[in-house]
Ligand binder design. Sequence first.
Ligand code: Q9C
Ligand code: ZN
Length: 667
Amino acid sequence: MGTALIYDEEMTKYKLLWVDPACKIEVPERLTVSHGALVRNGLTDRCICLPVREAVDAEILLVHSEEYLEAVKQTPHMTLEDLKEFTLQYGDVYFHPNIYHCAKLAVGSALQLVDSVLMGKVKNGMALVRPPGHHSMRSAANGFCVFNNVAIAAQYAKQKYGVKRILIVDWDIHHGQGVQYCFEDDPSVLYFSWHRYEHQKFWPNLKDSDYDIVGKGEGAGFNINVPWNKVGMENSDYLSVFCHVLLPIAYEFCPDLVLVCAGFDSAIGDLEGEMCATPDIFAHLTYLLMNLAEGKLCAVLEGGYNLTSLAQSVCQTVQTLLGDPLPPLTNLTGPCRSTLESLQCVRAAHRQHWSCLRHAVDLPTFEISTIRIKSSGEENKDEAEVWEEQKSPEEKIWPEPPKRVSPRVCSAVVLPDGVVCPDACERLSSSEDLGPHLLTLKKDFLKDADDSAVTALSRVFSLIDKMKNNEIRNGLALVGDAAMTMTCVVQHVAAEVDSRVFLVCVGNGNIPGHIIEDGKTLVVQISGEDTEEQGSKYYVPVCLKKGCTDTSGFAQAMFSLLLPLGYQHNPSLVLLVRMPGSGVCDIMWQQLTALLQSFAQGHTLVLLQEDDKACVGPTASILLGNPAPPLGQLPASLKEDAEAVERLRSRLQADWNLLLATAPENG
Ligand code: Q9C
Ligand code: ZN
C-alpha cells in the first residue's frame, strides 16, 4: 500500500488582483514550487497520484452555513470592485473569480485523500491545495482560507465511515481558530495547534488561542493550544512539545485517523512565522504521528510562504510518508525558556483531562491561572528585546537538507538454522565474511563459546558493518544469549571513532558497567528491578512496579524519556534488546521498535533471545516499515510508575535538556 499525492494545477489559477500587503504572500507559486520539488526529487513517481474533485454543497455544509456558501457562490460572477468589497467583510483574505472553484477542489482533494486512506487504497498521503482552510469559520473566510478543508474532512470521515476518534495536528504557525471553533465541544475530534502568539500580539490576536482554552462541555480536554510567545523557535522546541504534550495525549486518545493541517510557515525562512526550525524537522513530526491510527495519516497543505523552505519541507513530509529513513537532527540543545513556560502552562491546563499528565511532579498544584505568564508589556521588556522587535526580520539562510538514501536492503536477519526468514527480509547466512571478525572475536569474548555462537556473533558484526556502510537499513538477530551479544556489540561499535550507541534494554538483566562509562553509549533499561540508585548520566534504569506489563507507564517512559534522550544523544546506532521474560506485550514492543526508527537514520539492530522466537515476525514487520498496531485507549498508569518516570526526568534534566517540561523559577 502506497502514499497518495493529490495535486491539480487548476488550484494555481487564482491570485490577488489588487494591492494588499497582508495578502501578497499567498501566491500561486506556493503550489508550483512545492510540486516541482517533489518531481525533481523523484517523489511524485513514487506516489500514487490521485485526481482531485470538486466538493459538493452537502460536503461544504458539514462545516459552513448555507448563507456563507451562497455568498461565496456569487463570487465567480462579481466584478473586480464587487470582489474587493466582498473581501472587506473578512480578515486577511482575498477573493478572485476562480477562487470558489479552487476552494471546492481544495475541499474535494482532502476528501479524496480521506476516501483513499479509509477505503484502504493507500496507507497515507498528502494533498497540495490552495486555498488553505484552517482559518475559515462557519460563516466567514479568513486568513487566505475560504472553506475549512481539514475540518470538513474530519466531519466527512465521521459521517461516511463512522470514524470514532480523529486527531487533527495543526503544525502551521498560525492558530487554526476555524478548526478549534468547529470542534470545541466535540470529544471525538482532538485538535492540537501550536502557533505564534506573543501573548496575543500576533495575528489573529485571539484570547481563544491561549493554552487555557481546552474545549467546552463534553469536549473539555480535546482542544490543545500551545502558544509560542517568542519567535526564533528551533527544532528542540518543536520536539519537546511533541514529547511532553502531543504524543502522550495522542496515544492516550488513540485516534482512528490522523489529519494534519500541514502548514510550513513554521519553518525557517518564513517571514510570517519567523521561526528557526529546519525543514527536516517535518520528517520527524510526520514520522512521530505515523504509528498512531495504524498509520492512517492525511496531510493537507495550509500555509508556507518562503518558497524554498516550503518546497523542502513538503519534500521532507512526503518522503517520510513514503517510508524513507529519517534525516539525523543535530544541535538539539533543548527548549528555550519561553517554550518551557508554554509547556508548563499547557500541561497544567490539561492535567485534569489526561491521565498521562496526572502525576507530573513538576507542575504546581495550585490554580493554573496563577501561573499565567504575565503579559510582556513594554514596561518589563529589556532593551535588547525592544531592539529585537524593531529590526526587520531578515531572510535566513540554511543548508538544503541532505539527500535521504534508502539502503538497498531494508531488513536483514541473523537466525539459527531451522528458523524461517520472515518475508521480505534478507537472511545473513553466508560464511564468506566471517574471516575478519572471527579471530578478534575468539580472542576477546568467546574463549569458551561454541561454534554456533561464534558464527552468529560474526554475522551480527557483519550486519553492523553493512549498516554503517548504509548497505542495510536495520537488522534483527535471534541469538542464544542476548545479554552476551549485547555486550559484544556495544564494545565492537564503541571501538569506532565518532560512533554513538543508544542501547535500549527491555527486561531484567545486568548491564556491565564498563560498556557505559565512556559516554559513547547511552543506556536506557526498562525493567521491574529496582536499580534506580545506580543511575548516571549514561545509564538510565527505568523501574516499573509491574515490570514492562504496565502499558501506560511504559508508554510514558517512551515519550517523556526515551524520545528526548535519543534525540539529544543522536546515536549512529540503536541497539534494542529484549531480555528473556521481559513481560512486554507484542504491541508495546512494536511501538517501541517503531519509535526508535527516528534515530540513527533507521539503523536499528534488534536482539532477541531464542526463546522469544514468536517475536521475530512482529519485530520484522516494524523493521520493514509497517506501522505498529495501536495500544488502545490508555488507562491511567500506576501512580508509582508514573512517579518513577517523573523522578528520572527530574534527575536527568540538568544533563539532558530535552527532558525539561517546566520553566525554572526566577530564570
Ligand atoms: N503579516 C495561513 O497560513 N496575516 N494563513 C497576514 C501579514 C494573515 C495565514 C499579516 C496570515 C494568514 C493559512
Ligand atoms: Zn499559517
